[in-house]
Ligand binder design. Structure first.
Ligand code: DGT
Ligand code: CA
Ligand code: CA
Length: 571
């Protein structure tokens, strides 16, 4: 874990534990500080060394001291004391509908301190008997628990990629390794991965393995062997390294990239063509002659297939399509011409001034960027009101007059209300270049209501894009109950795009739905939903989802040139 992530995690856990203790105010202070630290772009250790911790917004003297203790010792005494006092697994607080008060209650009355303990208590029907719980609350907790359990043991790609890239680079730079490549779910760019698989070749395996098992930042060496070793790094992430012979590198890469289902299907094909396929190579079954192994491309080619990009190796028809030579030409980073979902500091939860959005868009070579601030729904202050839309337009116009070769589009992310109407007037919506509609409340509507609500927004002539259509929040909240065939049909018929929301907490649409949307001829956009400056980098995560969903350049609207995009927006 980076220093920053570790600090953020400990501060948040302190907040959780204090909340369970029913302490007032302090938890919020810890959470605010954690949020600020999480969004820092400078290195936290550097800030500490320059005595700058107290200059971080929301970090006062007290919390600054605690942060420096974590940075210097790797832990926090205060946190350890709280954990001893309250032996509750912090993961319990991730269960939706199970706030600190309820966690306290199930701990004190049912002795539940872990997710598995909660599961047992639910099964035994004990939870509903507690005062203030009941069958409805039990059902909600059960659903929430399932979502948390599903993400257990998995890490989000956004957290894994930087660490994995750092380690891969260290190996590649060491001169002890020849080839170094990712394999497994990481190479397939799944949004959640169990571990990091690295495959390499090396002249001196022993030396190479020694180097790997003594890398900086390790928590422990789980196993060490001649051809395979496993580590746990400080984030808790597991990293496997396999060193193979050069003439088997391609076959090993193919095998260890998976998915297992893809490999099973490929092996069946190999057998039907008179071959034997394994991690060492592709062999003629009769003569035992090795026909491929060094290069992964050859493995596929000898089987009559075009090379299959790792993102497609999920047994979703890719082998058949590769046999017909009709695999999609997957969308690439350089195809992206702009970001269609960004918040400026006009949104109450947004922190990016317009001029910074301009700078960042320019840095990425974008031709356009849509500033889609929240609209104001009763109760949520800080969003755009009908009156403020003109102000928003004016500011964007003046920002645009300062730059060349890049255009900010004036947009809004309006709320799709429970009846499917939006929370801005038609007159206000009409003035904007880009209107995104998104559901941000009333998540538990039954299927027909949620479908009608979304369809009504799709049919609204002002709405260009539906944001994060499934509404899921990873590890927190499941997808809405929706009739997808109906949604896709109406989206196609009205020319409304559905968003691939790249934010790691959302990852929505996910790959399977992306693929289905394409089969139904629905257009998509990729949006980062940036609220902080570092979020603009989420574009890569959105591209991964798009690629795993078989997207080509032409399926995604933010590959259009500015004038083409404007044509679509106006149409
Ligand atoms: P993960 O780590 O859970 O996110 O998923 P993967 O796909 O990276 O799985 P992992 O790390 O257990 O193994 C990497 C690849 O190696 C996997 O995708 C396919 C291959 N593989 C590993 N073990 C087996 C096995 O027992 N049978 C088969 N057919 N393939 C395997
Ligand atoms: Ca893996
Ligand atoms: Ca593995």
């Amino acid at each position: 874990m980076s220093n920053r992530k570790q600090v953020v995690e400990i501060l948040n856990q302190v907040a959780d534990l204090l909340e369970i203790k029913d302490v007032e105010y302090k938890p919020r202070a810890y959470r605010r500080a954690a949020r600020e630290i999480d969004s820092l772009t400078e290195d936290l250790t550097d800030i500490h060394e320059e005595d700058g911790l107290e200059d971080i917004p929301s970090v006062g003297e007290n919390i600054a001291k605690k942060v420096s203790e974590i940075l210097e010792t790797g832990k926090l005494e205060y946190h350890e004391e709280l954990k001893d006092e309250i032996p509750v697994d912090p993961d319990l607080l991730k269960v939706r509908n199970l706030g600190p008060k309820k966690v306290k209650k199930i701990w004190e009355e049912l002795d539940v301190t872990s997710l598995s303990g909660l599961e047992e208590a639910l099964k035994a029907g004990k939870v509903r008997e507690l005062k203030g719980f009941g069958p409805k609350s039990e059902e909600n907790i059960r659903k929430g628990l399932q979502i948390v359990q599903e993400s257990q043991g998995k890490s989000h790609l956004s957290e894994v990629l930087p660490e994995a890239r750092r380690i891969k680079k260290e190996l590649a730079d060491s001169s002890l390794f020849d080839k170094v490549a990712f394999a497994g779910s990481l190479r397939r760019r799944k949004y959640e991965v169990g571990d990091v698989d690295i495959l390499a070749t090396a002249d001196d395996r022993d030396k190479a393995m020694d180097y790997f098992t003594s890398l900086d930042g390790l928590q422990e060496v789980l196993s060490k062997g001649e051809t395979k070793s496993s580590l746990r790094i400080q984030t808790g992430l597991r990293v496997d390294l396999r060193i193979v012979e050069g003439d088997s590198f391609g076959s090993a890469l193919q095998y260890f990239t998976g998915s297992q289902e893809h490999n099973v299907r490929l092996r069946q094909l190999a057998i039907s063509k008179g071959y034997k396929l394994n991690e060492y190579g592709l062999y003629n079954e009769n003569t035992e002659e090795k026909v491929a192994g060094e290069r992964e491309e050859d493995m596929y080619q000898k089987l009559g297939l075009t090379w299959i990009p790792p993102e497609l190796r999920e047994d979703r028809g890719e082998i058949k399509v590769a046999g017909e030579g009709k695999l999609p030409r997957l969308i690439k980073g350089e195809d992206i011409k702009g970001d269609l979902h960004c918040h400026s500091d006009r949104s109450s939860d947004g922190h990016i001034p317009l001029e910074v959005l301009v700078r960042e868009a320019d840095k990425r070579g974008y031709n356009y960027l849509a500033v889609t601030d929240h609209a104001e729904t009763a109760g949520i202050v800080g969003g755009l009101t009908n009156d403020e839309v003109s102000e928003h337009l004016g500011e964007i116009e003046s920002a645009n007059s300062q730059v060349e070769g890049l255009e900010l589009l004036a947009g809004v992310e309006a709320n799709i209300q429970p009846d499917g109407t939006l929370d801005l007037s038609d007159r206000a919506l009409e003035k904007l270049d880009v209107v995104i509609g998104g559901v941000h409340s009333h998540f538990d509507q039954p299927r027909n209501e949620m479908t009608e609500r979304t369809v009504r927004a799709i049919e609204n002539p002002h709405v260009n894009i539906i944001a994060h259509p499934t509404g899921r929040k990873l590890g927190e909240r499941g997808s809405f109950n929706l009739d997808w065939e109906k949604i896709f049909d109406r989206a196609r018929e009205t020319g409304t795009a559905l968003e691939i929301n790249a934010s790691p907490s959302r990852t929505d649409l996910e790959d399977k739905l992306v693929k289905r949307a394409l089969e139904k001829d629905v257009k998509l956009t990729i949006g980062t939903d940036s609220h902080r400056v570092n979020h603009l980098d989420f574009m890569e995560l959105g591209l991964n989802l798009a690629r795993r969903g078989w997207c080509q350049r032409t399926d995604v609207l933010n590959t259009l040139s500015l004038s083409e995009l404007k044509g679509w927006l106006a149409g």
